[in-house]
Write a protein of this length. Structure first.
Ligand SMILES: Cc1ncc(COP(=O)(O)O)c(C=O)c1O
Lengths: 255, 419
């Protein structure tokens, strides 16, 4: 089943879906698996598996450190794909690859698409790859039936949104604010207006991310966005409160 | 040949290198910058204003010096040096910074950020910001902060905030990442003054354009002073801005050979160097907003780099050079840390010149090749900066006992004051 129909199906019984995030190999693959068990139990719908990169320039301090530590402990691309395979076979949520373009570029775009597909991934998010540079990758992805996730942002003009909308598939990642991952966003009318503005340019479901950390945030999005994307907040909880902390966090978040 | 005459749909590309690989959130900012740069480049008044600013503030045109003693000693080609070390703040970095300062005024932004390795670019940016009244933040790897304290001291005293970057290898590339993170947050009122001819388009073109003043002057000065063009031109290559600067003066002169000298660090096979093109360890990749040769592993993660010169200690090279290297238009060599120390001693003793450790890389390659050339041949070296800032590193390298005891004494004095 493709990403968009998966989202549509899940939305029949829920008014908003949740996408979570782990950095592969940080703190370790074993801990990743424990985190994912908890996310699955809580009913998380989608998960981004971030492949660590040495220059994570779109990430905030916590994910920067996670990328760095993961690489330091020896995480390889092969391990990440193996993990993706295991995870997508074991859990009911759908899995997306998240990372930086160089990871895909170095193995070759065709190999990248094949590996995501073979590992059970339904798509990928490469925040440093603009649409101007991705026609070939998009073509290969369409052939393989996986989705390149397009980002729309508060600084994107309507003219540009139209361009982005025209090539968006699967879901659109609406970036709630300027800045890098990690710091808090005031979820309010600005974000909702942005989602509305994005909707004018595409029919694919809208995920909103960057700074979502509570049920209150999700409540604001309910009825406006299709998916709430939770990243840094969950890792922070895991580091501070371990398994029980994370279990409580998702239980509250998704109540 | 105009390398900036892009073909349809290939704007910002030099062969297969260059481009813009940035998060969507920066798209509008880069477009705005590109538009403003296009206006400036098309406006002869802008260039005039730029040149007169550098004349009045930084001492341009910098002279050319004939190194008679060194030429005689080596017994080969006549050696000339373009003296960009004589700029205010001590290096060519001020050229680009003043240009981008004028451009920042046109953009109407009130804050500037910059990465710095050696600290020369940060120093120049802090200076420009003080003069133009911009708020200024400098990101610098913690390792570089430790080895370039004199420049940090000046930046802070000029009113800039210096932020030591503790991520990654804590050097130049990590400072670039940190600038990107600042920029994606604060782009509304902030201009990112990238210090070298790297990064996303239009930075390679824009920085090269500002630095082309070096080559414009040098070509004319050589004709006047030496009576003809040089046979070879040498420049050190970190990101490649001073080299692009001087090479552009001779790009259309087919009889002038252009040679870039990279940071050879501990040498071939050591994996502790910064030679992207001279050695075979780099491969094509995409990072920090552009596509070029990077020192990286098979999975695309960057390798550790090293050079005794902080300003050369960088993973990537400007995309224009990646292309000119493919084309055989520029030859790339490397100078090791040890060779650099020897060449520096020789240059100081024979000519009374103190090139920056970065610039000394160009001297190494020139000094190696000069004896193999005829006495009637001419070479030109770009002295991109002066070495005062490197006094701690050089004193260490030379193991200077008197310096050590002076610093020891100072340390005792400060400790006494604190107690
Ligand atoms: C004096 C000097 N020369 C050269 C460089 C290297 O940069 P680029 O290759 O851009 O000229 C630096 C960088 O900090 C420098 O300070």
């Amino acid at each position: 089943m493709g990403l968009q129909s998966f989202i549509a199906e899940r939305k029949q019984s829920k008014d908003i879906l949740v996408m979570a995030h782990v950095v592969c190999g940080y703190p370790s693959f074993e801990e990743n698996l424990q985190e994912l068990e908890i996310m699955a139990e809580a009913g998380v719908d989608l998960v981004e598996l971030q492949f660590p990169f040495s220059e994570p320039s779109a990430d905030g301090p916590l994910f920067v450190r996670a990328n760095e530590q993961s690489l330091k402990s020896g995480t390889t691309v092969d391990q990440c794909f193996e993990f993706m395979k295991l995870v997508s076979a074991r859990f009911p949520f759908k899995v997306l690859m998240m990372g930086y373009y160089n990871t895909a570029f170095k193995m070759g775009e065709a190999a990248f698409v094949k590996r995501v597909k073979d590992a059970g991934g339904v798509g990928y998010i490469l925040p440093d790859l603009p649409i101007e540079e991705s026609p070939e990758l998009h073509r290969l992805s369409e052939e393989a039936g996986i989705e390149p996730i397009i980002l729309m942002t508060p600084t994107t003009s309507d003219k540009r949104l139209a361009k982005l909308g025209a090539v968006s598939r699967g879901l659109v990642y609406v970036v709630a604010r300027k800045g890098v991952t990690g710091s808090k966003t005031k979820m309010g009318d600005d974000v909702l207006a942005l989602v509305e503005r994005c909707r004018q340019h595409t029919d694919v479901p809208m995920g909103v991310g960057f700074g979502i950390s509570s049920k209150a945030d999700i409540d604001v999005l309910r009825g406006h966005a299709d998916i709430a994307i939770v990243g840094t907040a969950a890792l922070k909880i895991w580091e501070e409160g371990g398994a029980s902390g994370l279990r409580n966090f998702f239980a509250e978040l998704m109540a | 040949m105009d390398i900036f005459d892009f073909s349809e749909g290939r704007e910002g590309y030099y062969g297969e290198y260059g481009g813009v690989f940035l998060p969507e959130i920066l798209h509008a900012t880069i477009e705005e910058l590109l538009e403003c740069f296009r206006e400036c480049k098309a406006d002869p008044k802008f260039w005039q204003e730029y040149v007169s600013l550098l004349q009045n503030y930084s001492g341009r045109p910098t002279p050319i010096t004939h190194l008679e003693n060194l030429s005689r000693k080596l017994g080969g080609a006549q050696i000339y040096v373009k003296r960009d070390d004589l700029n205010h703040t001590g290096s060519h970095k001020i050229n680009n910074v003043m240009g981008q300062g004028l451009l920042c005024q046109r953009l109407g932004k009130s804050k500037v950020i910059a990465e710095t390795g050696a600290g020369q670019h940060g120093f120049a940016t802090a200076t420009m910001a003080a003069k133009f009244g911009f708020e200024c933040k400098i990101y610098m790897g913690a390792v570089d902060v430790a080895r370039q304290r004199p420049n940090v001291f000046w930046m802070e005293n000029l009113g800039a905030e210096v932020i030591a970057v503790e991520d990654g290898q804590k050097t130049l590339k990590d400072a670039v990442n940190e600038c990107m993170r600042d920029w994606v947050t604060n782009m509304a009122d902030t201009h990112y003054i990238l210090g070298t001819a790297c990064g996303p388009h239009p930075f390679p073109e824009m920085v090269s354009w500002f630095q082309s003043i070096i080559g414009l002057e040098a070509r004319e000065q050589m004709l006047k002073q030496a009576g003809r063009l040089p046979d070879r031109v040498y420049a050190c290559v970190g990101g490649g801005s001073n080299a692009m600067g001087i090479f552009q003066g001779f790009m259309n002169d087919d009889n002038v050979e252009l040679i870039g000298s990279e940071g050879g660090g501990h040498g071939v096979g050591s994996y502790m160097h910064s030679s992207r093109l001279a050695y075979d360890d780099a491969s094509v990749g995409v990072a920090q907003g552009y596509k070029t040769y990077f020192l990286q592993n098979d999975e695309g993660n960057m390798n550790e780099t090293h050079s005794v010169a902080a300003g050369l200690d960088y993973i990537g090279v400007n995309p224009i050079f990646a292309h000119l290297h493919d084309q055989g238009k520029v030859r790339f060599e490397a100078a090791t840390d040890i060779e650099v120390k020897e060449a520096l001693k020789l240059t100081m003793r024979t000519e009374g010149l103190i090139p920056a450790l970065e610039s000394t890389h160009a001297f190494v390659t020139a000094i190696k090749e000069a004896p193999t050339m005829g006495k009637d041949q001419i070479i030109l070296i770009n002295q991109s900066g002066r070495g005062d800032k490197d006094i701690f590193t050089i004193a260490d390298a030379l193991d200077d006992a008197k310096w050590k005891s002076f610093i020891g004494g100072k340390a005792d004095q400060y400790r006494g004051e604190n107690n």
